[in-house]
Design a protein around this ligand. Structure first.
Ligand code: PHE
Length: 443
């Protein structure tokens, strides 16, 4: 299709793709999962998973998207049947992820507003745990913040690939990188900050023998890169032929990992400086950190910056998640961009309401002890994304012709292409399957 939208610049494309990968996962999720799983050992296993599974999958997704020149379903369409349903699963999966992701993004935005206006800090008197629990248990407030941040996402997506998504990321991503580095430098100047650095970089070797740490690291690699749900397929479909695919994929993977590590350097020194347990779970960013900020000199500013970062990073990921169904509606249902955006925005908002209410009015609904939002989050990172990853690897590795996929991945000649091909054919699916099965069987 001649009039298909495209990225204008390589830089803009890479920033948008890093923006998709970098999100709440790098800051909120990475810090608490690393905290619960032993810090440095987790980080090493995480990097191993990213290099051996994540990077090959990002390359596969981008190549499939550029080959299909359409939506997620088109990328899985190749004479004969049997595969397009995977594309539909990705479209549905992206919508489900966005529905609950928006809720957490809404909390971040509420905290940013609270930090900037001061109400977050005055709440210190009642204890931050109370502030957080009161807010998430409220009937209307989480839903209102969910609506606000989803509305902002729809605004960017409605602007189009180049003039909405690319332009937005070109401004926001460099700013986020700058603020995060600033926050880390500041955290490292705190007295006793070295405890946090050691936690992140000095491994406890015993943790390598624990299968849960491997499962957690793989789940985090999938979630943080955002691989397995055809996001890179969709962004790759707007990629001009001249952009080098492996270089772009490498930039995204390295960028995402650096963001997580620097976020760790911004968070753990403060946690350790005040003798707080790094394994405080999902509450780390919303309950523990504000307390840390309040006790740091100049911490209020740091807190405002931190919650701005969290909200903006969430927004750039939400944009990519929304683009998956929107691109489907445009390509497959012949809809124009803005009606497609409006339609899916509303649908996703409605699906997300039970998640937003899952700590208040709906907190009695529990599955295996977890609430609605926690259950969806666990199912997505532990099952849906790895499953999508296996199917993408198998499709790119075995179903697409060897010559075609290597050409589409810009690795026609040389050993690199061969290494990549065997990583997606065997190593990635086998490793993911192993960890997935262990998890499902409760090992
Ligand atoms: N990668 C994003 C993050 O780290 C979240 C995400 C998950 C985006 C899955 C797309 C798909 O926050």
């Amino acid at each position: 299709m001649a009039d298909r939208e495209q990225w204008i610049s390589r830089r803009g494309f890479i920033l948008a793709t890093i923006g998709s990968a970098v999100g709440i996962g790098n800051i909120w999720r990475f810090s608490y999962v690393a905290g619960e799983n032993g810090g440095a050992a987790f980080l090493l296993i995480y990097i191993f998973c990213v290099a051996l599974i994540g990077l090959p999958l990002v390359i596969a997704e981008l190549a499939m998207g550029r080959r299909g020149q359409g939506d997620a379903v088109a990328a899985f369409t190749i004479g004969g049947r049997g595969w397009p349903w995977v594309g539909w699963m990705c479209v549905g999966g992206a919508a489900i992820i966005l529905s609950y992701y928006t809720v957490i993004a809404g909390w971040a935005l509420k905290y940013f507003a609270g930090a900037a206006t001061g109400s977050l800090w005055t709440a210190a008197g009642e204890g931050f745990g109370g502030y957080f629990r009161k807010f998430i248990a409220n009937l209307g407030e989480p839903v209102a913040w969910q609506a606000v941040i989803l509305g902002a996402t729809m605004f960017v997506v409605a602007g189009g690939v180049a003039r909405g998504i690319e332009l937005f990321n070109r401004w926001v991503m460099p700013l986020l990188a700058l603020l995060l580095v600033g926050l880390a430098v500041y955290a490292l100047t705190l007295p006793n900050s070295m405890g946090g650095v050691r936690f992140l970089f000095a491994p406890d070797w015993a943790a390598f023998a624990r299968p849960q740490v491997w499962a957690a690291a793989m789940g985090q690699a999938f979630f943080s890169l955002g691989v397995g749900m055809a996001i890179f397929v969709t962004y790759g479909s707007y990629m001009p032929r001249e952009f080098s695919l492996p270089v772009s994929a490498l930039a995204v993977v390295v960028g995402d990992t650096l963001f997580a590590i620097v976020a760790g350097l911004a968070i753990f020194p403060g946690v350790f400086a005040f003798g707080i347990d790094p394994a405080s779970g999902p509450e780390l960013a919303f309950i523990t950190l504000p307390q840390v900020f309040l006790r740091m000199p100049g911490g209020i500013i740091a807190g405002i910056v931190f919650f701005f970062l969290l909200s903006a990073a969430a927004l750039t990921s939400m944009v990519s998640l929304l683009e998956v169904p929107v691109s489907m509606a445009m390509h497959r249902l012949g809809m124009r961009r803005w009606p497609a955006t409006a339609m899916f925005g509303v649908i996703i908002f409605i699906i997300g309401v039970p998640s937003a209410m899952s700590f208040g009015a709906l907190s009695h609904i529990r599955f295996n002890g977890g609430g609605i939002l926690d259950t969806i989050d666990a199912a997505v990172s532990n099952i849906l994304l790895p499953l999508g990853g296996i199917l993408i690897a198998l499709f790119a590795g075995w179903r697409l012709g060897r010559a075609e996929v290597l050409k589409e991945a810009d690795m026609e000649d040389g050993a690199l292409g061969r290494v990549w091909l065997w990583l997606v054919r065997i190593v990635a699916p086998a490793a993911v399957l192993l960890i997935l099965l262990r998890k499902l069987l409760g090992a």
